[in-house]
Design a protein around this ligand. Structure first.
Ligand code: G3P
Length: 218
């Protein structure tokens, strides 16, 4: 499973990218607003840090205007992926942009049928929001399982499942088990995946025993 990082904070992206674990980045208008920076500038900077897909979301709601915004954003760098909402107009824009050779991430997906439409419209990625489904008492991970089953039923559907709205390490594990192609995760969730109390305890014991030997490696 690929990891994308779900943030517009370039300091965070730079730090996380040093591990080699960051396969791409997703942003949205809320994350750009949180960064307090100019949208185009921040996307441009992210694209200098990460070679993989960098999602930049259109804010128009009519298909033609979405395509125009998408074309403008796609000029920032060759790895920019245009994010469009899963609306009827968003599906039209998805078709037009992917036909023109631009990667498209269809976002705000909350049902398997929506994911089927996005795949048929040529989406490069579909972003089901699992945390927000959990928030309303539904099972977000089940949506990933359902989409995986549907996409695997049809060779013609090549859209990658990009699990989004991930809030916990349990979410990451469950979407990996479900066969998600990508998980986009907030920086603190990605860092948290490396942690286990027994790792810390074991390391402390090894270092204490090493200290007793009086040796050094270098
Ligand atoms: O990129 C969009 C998505 O991951 C949003 O997450 O936590 O705001 O539902 P959240």
């Amino acid at each position: 499973m690929k990891f994308f990082v779900d943030t517009a904070d370039t300091d965070e992206i730079r730090d996380l990218a040093e591990t080699g674990l960051v396969d791409g980045v997703t942003t949205n208008p809320s994350l750009v607003a949180k960064s307090g920076r100019d949208f185009v500038e921040v996307v441009k900077e992210i694209c200098t840090i990460v070679d993989g897909p960098v999602s930049a979301e259109v804010t128009a709601t009519e298909a033609g205007a979405m395509v125009d915004e998408g074309k403008k954003l796609a000029q920032i760098a060759s790895n920019v992926t245009i994010k469009v909402p899963l609306t009827w107009d968003g599906l039209k824009a998805c078709k037009a942009l992917t036909q023109g050779g631009t990667m498209v991430n269809v976002t705000l997906c909350f049902s398997a049928n929506q994911a089927l439409l996005a795949a048929k419209a040529g989406a490069t990625f579909i972003s089901p929001f699992i945390g927000r489904l959990d928030d309303i008492g539904e099972d977000g991970v089940q949506l990933i399982r359902d989409i995986r089953t549907i996409y695997d039923n049809y060779d013609a559907l090549s859209t990658q499942i990009l699990s989004a709205s991930i809030r916990s390490d349990e979410h990451v594990k469950q979407v990996a088990i479900a066969g998600s192609d990508v998980a986009t995760v907030p920086p603190d969730v990605l860092r948290g995946l490396s942690q286990h109390p027994l790792t810390d305890k074991g390391l402390a014991a090894f270092l204490a025993d090493w200290e007793k030997t009086g040796q050094t490696i270098l």
